[in-house]
Structure formats: C-alpha cells, structure tokens
Design a protein around this ligand. Structure first.
Ligand SMILES: Cc1cc2nc3c(=O)[nH]c(=O)nc-3n(C[C@H](O)[C@H](O)[C@H](O)COP(=O)(O)O)c2cc1C
Length: 363
C-alpha cells in the first residue's frame, strides 16, 4: 500500500481511499447519477481548452492569496460542502476542518455533516462557511442560518439544485433500499422523513423542500441573513443574473459533481457565459472535476474568483485522515502556483482571459 509521500497528485489518492474504506462508502463518494455522463464530462471538458503562457513577465515572487467575501485566504481553492465525512474517516469533518485551517482556506460544512456544526466549529482552525438547503418553511431555514452565523460561519452556501432526490444507481445496486437511501444521503433518517412527509408522491419521487424555492424566497432569505448568501447550483447566465438581482453575495457554478440532473453540462463549459452575464457584480465560484492546478487556472482565467473541490479532500481523508486532506490541498496549491508561474502570472490579479484558449466544445 502506498504511503502519503508516494502520492504525486490528487488523482492518486482515490485508489488508496477506495482500498481503505467500505465499498458502499466509496460508492457514496464516487457516484454520479444515471449513466454518470455529467460526472465524466466535468473532467473531459478541461481537455477542450488550453493555457496560453506569457513570457518575460517577472514571476519570481508568487502570491496566491485573495480576499473572498471579507475573508483573507491563502489560495483560491476551497473545500466544497460534502456530506458524511465519517464514511471516509472516523474523525470526519473535524479532521477536514483542521486540514483546511492549516492551509488557510475555507471549508464549507455540509448540512448533512456527520458531526454537529458546534463540534466542527470548535475543532476548526480557519474560516468556515455553512451549506444549507431549504427547510419546511423560510422561518425554519432562517433558524438554521442564525445558528450557523452564531457559531461563527462567515457565509451561507444555499444549495438550490437538489429539488428531488436523484437517481443514484450505484447506491441502489448496493441494495441500499430506496427508503434507506434517503437517510443514507441525508445522513439522518428523521431529516429525510421530514423532507418527504408532507407531500403526495405520484411519480415515486423523493421530494425535497428545495422544490418550492423561488426567487422571492431567495430574496427574503438574502435580506434576512446576516452573512453573505452564496447560491450553489447555478448553470445558466440568466439564473446568475437573477441571483445577483435578488441579493446573492456570490454564486457557485455547480452541477453538484454530477449527482443530480443526469444531463448537465460540465461546469467549466458554462463558466464563460455566466461570468459574462454577471460581470464584476458578485464573485463567481465554480466546482466540478477540479483535480489539477491547471484546471484551476483555466477557471480563474475565464473569470472565476475561486474554485471548490468536493471529492479530492474526501479521498485524502479516506486514504490518510487529516494529513491526507492537507496533502491534497497542498498539492493543488503547489500545482496552481506552478501553472501560474509558468503562464507568466505572479498573482491572481494578473490572470485574465487571454491566458486561456477554448479550443473546441463538444457537439
Ligand atoms: C460525497 C459527496 C457529498 C456531497 N454532499 C453535498 C451536500 O451535502 N450539499 C451540497 O450542496 N453539495 C454536496 N455535494 C456536492 C459538492 O458540494 C460539489 O458540488 C461537488 O462534489 C463538486 O464536484 P467534485 O466532487 O468533482 O469536486 C456532495 C458531493 C459529494 C462527492
């Protein structure tokens, strides 16, 4: 079995993680929906663009730091909200939060975390954001928001692409009964029951409260939230514009890592039109398939303010616990610094769209 120092890049953590955790836990982390088309496309789309290095600029001093929604962090790479980190390692989110803190970046804590937010906040050594989804009504959602803000979370990530439980065939094949799957996905059977209890179910769908979230709801949520509200799950320029108009402080271009609608585009494919639509009004973040520093640089060049990673920190956690997650972040940071240096960009402000060339789009 490989040791931590044997692994040269982020992708190499996946097989080590897979060998160390149960098959059902691995499949929960790895799967995409339907035929996993979007999961694959998130990776493939990076091949449709190349970097255009600039020469003879002074890159002898590199600086990857930035200010993001009031937080000074050391790299434009953040940890996505992902549920149930204890499937990867018993210390779960406590270890992930410490790894993020060591790297001076932000961890977004999932609403389906295996540890309560209080414990994660107590363990954290750096800034946390809190990811939430709609509760039964706006007031109940605001209660969760207030709890997170009181515990020191610096922004609320509000996920809006999970309107129904999605078709997760790998999990069904593992004979996770459909009713159990709701609990497995949320990490909490009472929460799953609450989400679905008050609705008829004519098409056998697992309904969630996100299904009735509309722009007026989001506007009220933003105006009553005493922290920046970041909307997660935007894939269209018109929705990005609406998000800015209705009070979002930022957006995350995301297809949930290929885990909801089975035919979403890759996120990097839609990033240019979304950045063009929003301009500099609010920061645009992105996640989905980022595994190399060059992937991150492509997104920054198109105009993303920062990139988030979902599965890689979990691979690090499953493979080597906290040290593994920290190493995953270190590798991404080093690769990004190298990609920037070799492209002639000493800091984030010097990166612009001329650094990337979109060679082709899939038909
Ligand atoms: C195991 C797992 C659990 C996830 N849980 C959540 C969640 O609770 N809330 C949420 O908004 N997104 C969740 N996501 C989606 C991630 O936030 C993110 O959009 C996605 O993982 C990014 O793609 P990547 O894994 O290719 O980096 C989850 C993703 C994974 C892999």
């Amino acid at each position: 079995m490989a040791t931590l120092n044997d692994l040269l890049n982020v992708l190499e953590f996946e097989p080590v993680c897979r060998a160390r955790i149960s098959k059902t836990s691995y499949d929960y982390i790895a799967h995409g929906t339907d035929d996993e088309f979007t999961l694959r496309r998130n990776r493939e789309a990076f091949q449709w663009m190349t970097l255009r290095p600039r020469v003879a600029t002074d890159v002898s001093q590199m600086d990857l730091s930035l200010d993001l929604l009031g937080q000074k962090i050391e790299m434009p790479i953040l940890i996505c909200p992902t549920g149930s980190h204890s499937l990867a390692h018993p210390e779960g989110e406590l270890a992930t939060a410490r790894a993020a803190g060591a790297m001076k970046t932000i961890m977004a804590v999932s609403s389906a975390s295996s540890y309560p937010l209080e414990k994660i906040a107590a363990a954290a050594t750096g800034p946390l954001w809190r990811q939430l989804s709609a509760e039964t009504d706006l007031d109940s959602t605001l209660e969760e928001v207030q709890k997170a803000v009181a515990l020191g979370c610096k922004a609320i990530v509000f996920t809006i692409d999970n309107k129904y439980n999605s078709n997760r065939e790998r999990l069904f094949r593992n004979r996770t009964a459909q009713s159990d799957l709701l609990a497995a996905v949320s990490g909490d059977s009472t929460r799953a029951a609450r989400r679905t209890a008050d609705r008829p179910n004519p098409y056998r769908l697992g309904w969630r409260h996100t299904a009735r979230v509309t722009w007026p709801y989001l506007e009220q949520l933003a105006s009553r939230t005493k922290a920046p509200l970041v909307l997660k799950g935007i894939l269209r320029p018109d929705d990005a514009q609406r998000a800015a108009q209705h009070g979002a402080a930022g957006i995350i271009v995301s297809n949930h890592g290929g885990r909801y609608l089975g035919a979403d585009p890759a996120t990097i494919e839609v990033l240019p039109e979304i950045v063009d639509a929003v301009g500099a009004k609010i920061p645009v973040l992105i996640d989905g398939g980022f595994r190399r520093g060059t992937d991150v640089l492509k997104a920054l060049a198109i105009g993303a303010r920062a990139v988030m990673v979902g599965r890689p920190p979990l691979w690090g956690l499953g493979a080597f616990g906290e040290a593994g997650t920290q190493r995953v972040l270190e590798i991404l940071q080093t690769e990004l610094a190298l990609a920037m240096g070799l492209s002639g960009c000493p800091n984030l402000a010097s990166i612009d769209r001329s650094v990337v060339r979109i060679d082709r789009r899939a038909g």
